[in-house]
Design a protein around this ligand. Structure first.
Ligand SMILES: [Cu+2]
Length: 126
């Protein structure tokens, strides 16, 4: 929680609010939102990703990967979420997300286009 606030992203993603972060390399702005609100333990659900350039233009057709886990418990996600292709301009659907316990989780969104690659990690407490 404190980490999350310190990063300047006050959005509560576990309650379905969209959280926005820049990729570590600064190429993309990513807005991540759970389609299930509030996020529940042991329930398979989807997330939505909006991918933009830093100036806000939608980025379509990127290869998006999703990894994550619980850094404090040293384990990954119990499922292997998959991002579909672009469902709309700059919009991607991430399917097959599940969290199987309470605690601090990370979701890392990797983005690759023909010329750029970037990643952002979203941290939240369930
Ligand atoms: Cu755990």
């Amino acid at each position: 929680m404190i980490w999350w606030a310190a990063a300047g992203a006050a959005a509560d993603v576990t309650n379905g609010e969209p959280a926005t972060q820049f990729g570590e390399s600064g190429y993309f702005r990513m807005t991540l939102q759970s389609a299930l609100a509030p996020v529940a333990i042991n329930r398979m659900h989807n997330w939505n990703l909006r991918l933009e350039t830093p100036s806000g233009d939608p980025v379509s057709g990127a290869n998006v990967t999703v990894t994550g886990g619980m850094p404090d418990h040293d384990h990954g996600l119990p499922t292997a979420p998959r991002a579909t292709g672009t469902v709309n301009d700059g919009q991607y659907l991430i399917e097959g997300v599940k969290f199987h316990m309470n605690g601090r989780w990370e979701l890392t969104i990797g983005v690759e286009t023909a010329t750029q690659s970037d990643a952002a990690t979203f941290v939240f407490e369930l």
